[in-house]
Design a protein around this ligand. Structure first.
Ligand code: FES
Length: 81
């Protein structure tokens, strides 16, 4: 049974054609992305506003300013050996 409470949905635009969005990330790929990034971090979106989802593109800043919310990304940093 599926409810139709679209006004209460967190995700308004991302991959609405699938029943459930699940992203899988290989830890070695994340480490490689960290190594390649100038700030040595990878940030994953938790606000559902990013145009680069599942990665954060900073869209949470506009959302927080507009709504007074306080959401932000999951930031992953690889420890340097
Ligand atoms: S854009 Fe969603 S947490 Fe940054």
């Amino acid at each position: 049974m599926s409810a139709d409470n679209t006004s209460q949905q967190i995700n308004k635009t991302i991959r609405k054609d699938v029943e459930k969005i699940v992203d899988k990330c290989d830890i070695e790929d994340i480490c490689a992305q960290c190594d390649a990034a100038s700030n040595k971090t990878v940030s994953y979106c938790r606000c559902w506003k990013s145009k680069k989802f599942p990665f954060c593109d900073g869209s949470h800043n506009a959302w927080n300013k507009e709504t007074g919310d306080n959401v932000g990304p999951l930031v992953i940093t690889k420890k340097q050996a």
